[in-house]
Design a protein around this ligand. Structure first.
Ligand code: PLP
Length: 459
């Protein structure tokens, strides 16, 4: 054993390094409700401390962790607390964090059954639980990926493969040059990640049939042209601004009659299906061909959790392999068949832990509470004279303060207060404040505080 090996072995065995990391982590958790929701200027400047050339020598492991805690922790946003409402970022369920810690130590390569039997098993279990929660057809398969962007990519690759196959073209053998044209139909309010994904698959924005969306960001049904079996229709469960849902029931019926493919981007909204009160928003979604959803938003798993579900296993498995020869259905589940990756984190572990911990009722309650807090906020802000410009059907609230200047001013004041964080957006050509409720920690008091903050910063 050389000196370096001896040093590393000692670091593993003494565990002092891990104890230190644990203490810092506990300190962070204890402080989460009091820290600035977004780092102060001073703390952001502290990040410049990392700007040094890599030194020559090996250093002490505890020093590494110490430096990370001293300059890195103050440069974090309080993502896991109850006062961060930017974008649509979720918090983190305690059991999922614990499971991640434990499985980080296992460091499993999740690609094959052979490289991680436990991950393969938990993927299987998660797949079956998700099908149950979302009430999807029994033939549906799920792939566990980094987020909904990647889930969309997988779903649309499956759609491309299958639709072209139906038209007599093998896209893996022959590529896209000379392939029959697919008709891609999307409304103007699909998420940016969908546009990016389509472009990556060879369908740039000028090759899409753009359809009209209404003032909530839903497809206008009258705008839907006659479909055929070369059509891929993109729908959305949860518009990233308004939280609105497309009419899956109607569109899927039309699409299924002619053999078109419907993909639903449900990054955060698909979870409405897991509740009694809000499931109505997803009526008919089980009739689609593929669904993309995040664990790390509404379900509050740690980051790096997206899921693609597809009712046509052959299409998905074929689309994600370099060639048909790779398709070997082994006795056990080989996760790589369902994702573009080979080596990958065993991310099903945290997903499993989150669902196991919450149970069906816990998931229902957590998601429904986001909606209740969003309603509380919308009502409270209206009472003090702000204009709520969306129908609050899920967890998103859009606020207008009249002029562009006022809106920007309110956003800046709240962001700089350190007491909450929310972002701006442009809705229907006008600047708006966008608030997302999706951390389990956000409670009535946090919303009351946020309403007071809005009252205080009003110019
Ligand atoms: C967040 C989001 C995405 C992208 O998901 P990531 O997990 O960030 O990759 C796609 N669609 C919608 C509607 C989203 O809200």
């Amino acid at each position: 054993m050389n000196t370096l090996q001896r040093k590393m072995k000692q670091d593993f065995e003494s565990k002092a390094l891990f104890d230190q990391a644990r203490l810092y982590a506990f300190e962070y958790l204890d402080n989460i409700e009091d820290m600035d929701v977004f780092p102060s200027e001073k703390n952001l400047e502290g990040l410049n401390h990392f700007d040094v050339p890599l030194q020559q020598d090996t250093i002490d492991a505890k020093e590494v962790i110490h430096e990370l805690n001293t300059f890195g922790a103050p440069g974090t946003i309080a993502q896991i607390g109850g006062k961060y409402h930017g974008f649509v970022n979720g918090g983190v369920v305690p059991a999922s964090l614990g499971a991640k810690w434990l499985s980080d130590v296992w460091d499993q390569c999740g690609g094959l059954y052979l490289t991680s039997p436990v991950n393969a098993k938990l993927e299987e279990v998660c797949e079956s639980w998700l099908k149950d929660i979302f009430d999807l057809p029994k033939e549906t398969v799920a792939g566990f990926v980094s987020g909904t962007s990647m889930a969309n990519l997988c779903g649309l690759a499956a759609a491309r493969f299958q639709l072209l196959k139906n038209l007599g073209w093998d896209v893996h053998e022959n590529g896209l040059n000379g392939a029959p044209n697919l008709r891609i139909l999307a409304h103007q309010q699909v998420h940016a990640s969908v546009k990016k994904t389509l472009a990556m698959l060879g369908y740039g924005k000028n090759s899409i049939e753009w359809l009209e969306a209404d003032d909530q960001g839903r497809l206008v049904l009258d705008a839907l042209p006659k479909l055929d079996n070369s059509c891929l229709v993109l729908l959305q469960a949860g518009n990233a601004n308004t939280g609105s849902f497309d009419d899956f029931d109607t569109v899927c019926d039309i699409a299924n009659e002619v053999g078109a493919w419907v993909h639903i981007d449900g990054a955060f909204g698909l979870w409405a299906r897991a509740t009694k009160a809000l499931a109505y928003l997803t009526k008919g979604m089980e009739k689609a061909s593929s669904w993309a959803v995040d664990g790390h938003k509404t379900l509050n798993t740690p980051y790096d959790s997206g899921i693609i579900m597809c009712r046509y296993p052959d299409a998905m498995i074929s689309a994600l392999q370099a060639s048909g020869e790779y398709i070997i259905y082994s006795e056990q589940r080989d996760p790589l068949l369902y994702t573009p990756e080979l080596s990958k984190r065993s991310r099903a572990i945290e997903l499993w832990a989150t669902m196991k911990y919450l149970g069906k009722d816990g998931i229902d309650q957590m998601v429904t509470t986001f909606y209740e807090r969003a309603k509380q906020l919308a009502t409270g802000l209206e009472e003090i004279g702000y204009q709520v410009i969306n129908e609050v059907v899920f967890n998103q609230v859009l606020i207008s303060c009249g002029s562009e200047e006022n809106t920007k001013n309110v956003i800046t004041c709240i962001q700089q207060s350190g007491e909450a964080w929310l972002g701006g957006t442009i809705w229907q050509g006008k600047p708006a404040i966008r608030i997302s409720i999706c951390s389990w920690m956000t409670n009535e008091k946090d919303i009351e505080d946020l309403i007071s903050l809005f009252e205080k910063v009003r110019s």
